[in-house]
Design a protein around this ligand. Structure first.
Ligand code: NAP
Length: 295
């Protein structure tokens, strides 16, 4: 891989939850992010003229090809949908044709991918990982556990109006990861993959990213009680998503979580970043801090 000190990185999904965390981190490291977005105005509102903007979509080969011109490294992310595998395999093929040297793929949680056959989105991510392997392009696959910013972000809203937090995995622990840690690891995987891999030792294959602790919802309620200064309990369940495909995917996730599959803890975040993973307590303190003052 070229050792260009300021590599040009195409970021897919830049305007999304993780992409919005990744782009400023790349800028801070003097990488040159080019963001692949469906609406240029969205990117301009987020980053002004600090990034290169490539307007397009995964379904439009011409915009994708143009976005990849001169790109050395690629961050590959797209949202869960029935098109997930096709979209990302199309990007991998276009990246190969464009001579991209290194790809970091944001994949599914480890327990959705292995063993196969339990999760529509996990199976799609597995197909993409296989396509990436077959492409021969240098790559790192990130398999993050459930994100705090998704699984726990609802809690502050619930506590604004009540004293109950709702969870789909009552009785089972989940080692939630802070999406900022995923973004920090993604930066290393993009800009310093060899050094990061060395810190991981001989382990090869996907980087399985988790928080430092698996917590049951009852424990989350205890933490919230402490932070809010009033008793809070955990209960099931939350309403299902309106989109039938997403509702099915979520149903699969929740069944696997309830069976304890999302509770594993890995040391990968600490090894790659040289510091501890951010904690659920810290995340909830930020989310609930303002609320505790307001009530
Ligand atoms: N949440 C979790 O706990 C978790 C755990 C493990 C893995 N993951 C994985 O994380 C990924 C989702 O990440 P996220 O939450 O950051 O995504 P997100 O917030 O839903 O953002 C999706 C991004 O993709 C862009 N996009 C959508 N369709 C596109 C298209 N046809 N062409 C080009 N761009 C398109 C969107 O751009 P626009 O601005 O144009 O809409 C947006 O920037 C999924 O692959 C999921 O499997 C999530």
């Amino acid at each position: 891989m070229s050792a260009h000190p300021h590599p040009r990185v195409l970021v897919c999904g830049a305007s999304g939850r993780l992409g919005q965390l990744l782009v400023p981190r790349l800028l801070a490291r003097q990488a040159r992010p080019r963001v692949f977005v469906r609406q240029a105005a969205t990117a301009r509102a987020l980053w002004g003229d600090t990034v290169e903007i490539a307007q397009g979509c995964f379904e439009d080969a011409a915009t994708l090809g143009k976005a990849l011109v001169g790109i050395e490294r690629l961050f590959l992310l797209s949202p869960i949908s029935p098109a997930l595998a096709e979209q990302q395999l199309r990007v991998v093929e276009a990246a190969r044709a464009a001579g991209v040297r290194h790809i970091v793929k944001l994949s599914g949680s480890d327990w959705t991918i292995a063993p196969p056959g339990h999760s529509l989105s996990g199976d799609a991510h597995r197909r993409i990982e296989e396509g990436l392997q077959a492409s021969g392009i240098s790559h790192v696959v990130l398999r993050p556990n459930a994100w705090m910013q998704v699984g726990l972000s609802r809690i502050a809203g619930e506590l604004r109006t009540g004293v109950v937090i709702r969870s789909q995995h009552l009785g089972a622990g989940v080692s939630y990861i802070d999406a900022r840690d995923i973004a920090d690891v993604a930066v290393e995987a993009l800009l310093n993959p060899e050094a990061a891999q060395q810190r991981l030792g001989t382990a090869t294959g996907p980087w399985v990213l988790t928080g430092s602790q698996a917590l049951r919802p009852q424990k989350l309620a205890e933490i919230a009680s402490r932070l809010m200064g009033r008793p809070i309990t955990a209960a099931a369940p939350v309403a299902a998503a309106a989109d039938p495909f997403i509702a099915q995917v979520h149903g699969e996730f929740f069944a696997l979580m309830r069976a304890g599959h999302a509770a594993a803890v890995t040391a990968t975040v600490g090894q790659v970043l040289g510091r501890e993973a951010r904690t659920v307590e810290g995340y909830l303190a930020e989310e609930l801090g303002a609320l505790a003052v307001a009530v």
